[in-house]
Design a protein around this ligand. Structure first.
Ligand SMILES: [Zn+2]
Length: 263
């Protein structure tokens, strides 16, 4: 069985007012540079090396660790420096309407991330707080508008995305398929990716500012602590994507670890 353990980060900054969203709830997802380095050291100590989703052979039983950074805040440039020191690569998911705003990446910064070998993908165009509440038409517009902007900026197709708010539904999956997205990150803490049409749907653990290194270590080790998460996760999926054995195929976390991206 293939496992993809995805850690979902947002901002890494010692001045929360300089990067990303400025809403109060957003502050919970901003890590200090020291805390982030501790997390990276913890990952390395566990023998894990972050991989890119596009390099994974999903047909082979194996376990992979992936790092994602949502929203496209300016602190992605610092994250890039830290990852490059280790020779690691990650996924940066951009809210394209915010490109160039004071606390968000500009076009040059986004190009730099790609040039450094990271995957740059979509986090929608306008970041609807509850993406799954949109109409199908609106969802498709969000993906296509955002992916068009990134494609023009980077000169390549945009096939990777993450869902604002994290919640998925049949309609969210349909909108991704209709927008030629091949890899979709959610904020449900699954370990096993699901194939839906031509799209791989991957769960993530949303890492908060108060998430301890012990929790990161547990995730790297594939610890499953709370089976009650399984019911919530599977209830969001269409029948064709439900795992055959939810209790052995879903990794769950403490409540403080799996809170979704609420911005
Ligand atoms: Zn977001």
């Amino acid at each position: 069985m293939i496992k993809t353990a995805c850690l979902g980060y947002h901002e890494v900054t010692d001045n929360v007012f300089e990067s990303g969203f400025q809403r109060p709830l957003a502050m919970r997802y901003k890590h200090t540079t020291a805390a982030f380095r501790d997390h990276l050291d913890t990952i390395a100590a566990n023998g894990r090396r972050p991989e890119l989703v596009t390099n994974i052979d999903f047909s082979r039983p194996s376990t992979h660790l992936l790092l994602t950074f949502d929203d496209g805040g300016k602190s992605a440039l610092y994250v890039n420096e830290e990852l490059c020191k280790r020779g690691w690569r990650a996924h940066f998911l951009i809210t394209t309407e915010l490109i160039g705003q004071r606390t968000f990446l500009d076009k040059q910064g986004i190009r730099l991330l790609r040039q450094c070998g990271h995957i740059v993908g979509s986090h929608s165009h306008t970041h609807p707080d509850i993406f799954s509440d949109q109409t199908l038409q609106s969802m498709i517009w969000q993906w296509r508008t955002s992916c068009d902007i990134l494609s023009q900026l980077l000169g390549e197709p945009c096939t990777v995305a993450s869902v604002p708010g994290g919640d998925i539904s049949q309609m969210v999956l349909s909108s991704a398929l209709a927008s030629d997205i091949r890899y979709l990150f959610t904020s449900e803490p699954w370990l096993n990716p699901r194939r839906v049409g031509d799209c791989w749907v991957l769960g993530r653990a949303a890492v908060k500012a108060n998430t301890s290194t012990a929790r990161v270590r547990a995730y790297c080790a594939g610890k499953n602590r709370h089976s009650d998460q399984a019911a919530r996760v599977t209830s969001t999926l269409p029948d064709t994507t439900r795992p055959r054995s939810p209790h052995c195929s879903i990794l769950s976390f403490s409540a403080s670890f799996c809170v979704r991206d609420v911005r």
